[in-house]
Design a protein. Structure first.
Length: 250
């Protein structure tokens, strides 16, 4: 065997089919174990976490704004619901208290103010005086109608003033006709008694609203016209549900 047939093995030993040397692989392994790589990895993770946290913070702020808007809208809807419920309850209450017969009577009734009231012990004599007073009043207004009924409202007043006198007419048309000519009472001679005035009959709710309106008028010092075009003010509360005393115009 010749010396030329022997080939020296001076080539680097190769690994795997890719041709990567063992030294290179070991170098990579050492780098992965190094503090430098560990620090870089920690920084990369920290940056990723910070980025995600910033995104979450933005989402959280946006969610807070949306929640606040929803809370405001919910409060508005709750208030509207309370108003609707109050209106329904008020309507139901009014419907329960409303008597069809009373409503029909009220539409054809008027109330007289400052009609002198008899102090007689006998109710019949008291009623006869009221009938006479009403007839004189209707004659002054030149109306050809007779009330179907008349009666005093409430208990007798302790201050001696006459109670309201209610007249129930035959129809609502007669009520309107009487209210239409009511301003003529300005020329009615009461022989030293307070002037006589007429207004339409009101329900309990209307009287309450009327009282509230009078309070506002008193505060604003503005007095509107009544149903018979006469200015009206409120007396102190008495036994009746509401007492109205008109103030004559100048």
């Amino acid at each position: 065997m010749s010396s030329s047939s022997i080939k020296p093995n001076n080539k680097k030993k190769k690994l795997e089919s890719g041709g990567v040397s063992m030294d290179h692989v070991n170098h990579i392994r050492e780098y992965f174990r190094s503090k430098e790589f560990s620090d870089l990895l920690d920084k990369a993770v920290d940056r990723a976490i910070e980025k995600n946290l910033a995104t979450l913070d933005k989402l959280s702020e946006s969610s807070k704004v949306v929640i606040q808007q929803l809370e405001v809208e919910l409060l508005k809807q709750q208030n509207k619901l309370k108003e609707i419920e109050g209106t329904i309850q008020k309507s139901r209450k009014g419907g329960e208290e409303e008597d069809p017969a009373e409503a029909k009577e009220r539409r054809r009734s008027v109330v007289l103010l400052n009609i002198p009231e008899s102090k007689s012990y006998f109710q019949h004599e008291r009623n006869m005086l009221d009938v006479t007073s009403v007839n004189i009043l209707l004659r002054h207004l030149n109306l050809g109608c007779q009330p179907m009924a008349l009666y005093r409202m409430g208990k007798e007043r302790s201050d001696g003033k006459p109670r309201l006198l209610k007249l129930v007419l035959a129809s609502s048309q007669m009520q309107r006709e009487l209210l239409k000519v009511a301003p003529q009472l300005k020329s009615f001679d009461t022989r030293g008694h307070p002037p006589v005035y007429i207004r339409r009959s009101m329900s309990k709710q209307e009287l309450e609203e009327f009282r509230e309106e009078r309070k506002k008028i008193k505060q604003s010092q503005v007095i509107p016209s009544s149903a018979n075009s006469e200015e009206m003010i409120i007396d102190p509360p008495a036994s009746s549900s509401v007492n109205v005393t008109p103030a004559p115009k100048n």
